[in-house]
Design a protein around this ligand. Sequence first.
Ligand SMILES: [Zn+2]
Length: 207
Amino acid sequence: MIDSKLFYHQAVALAAAGEDLYQRGWVPATSGNFSCRLDADSAIVTASGKHKGRLSPTDFIAVDLNAQPISSGKPSAETALHTQLYARFPEIGAVLHCHSPAATVLSMAMAGKSLLKLSDYELLKAFTGIDTHATSVTIPIFANTQEIDSLAAKADSYLAEHPNCPGYLIRGHGVYCWGSDLDTCLRKLEALDFLLQCELEQLRLSR
Ligand SMILES: [Zn+2]
């Protein structure tokens, strides 16, 4: 039984987040997808092909953690990447996926590398469990594919080994980030994208 009040509340919050992320240029041309957990076994996710800066509460679909719809409509093609995270981490409440220029370009500029190490940045403290800049956080980069189930399986096996990983990149595609609730997820995404922009700038300066 879907909690329709919670569904509506989450949908309104995700639509507002979408407006903000669209203004930043991180979800151009209907790209990206967003979700929030409903309960232990379900989440709401953006419907396929919607403009992410102009979402309404009817643009969301409830899905189970096998990425199958449990309300009417067609969920995002990348739903399985969201539900993999909810299934892997019972404590997370929101997942955001964006196609920001920094995530897209940096993952391509790092061709042949499957890990991005972020070290010594003050903003690393935005990630859960980190209280000093004198540390490093590793972000995996997965190859892009249209085989979403196989990508979800790859992400799942990496995250099983690295449960504190705050997000991942898909090469030439974008970034996935998650958090205990939507505000936490937005804060982590903002920090992660800032750090990606810094890495990109450093790469430019070193060439
Ligand atoms: Zn995408």
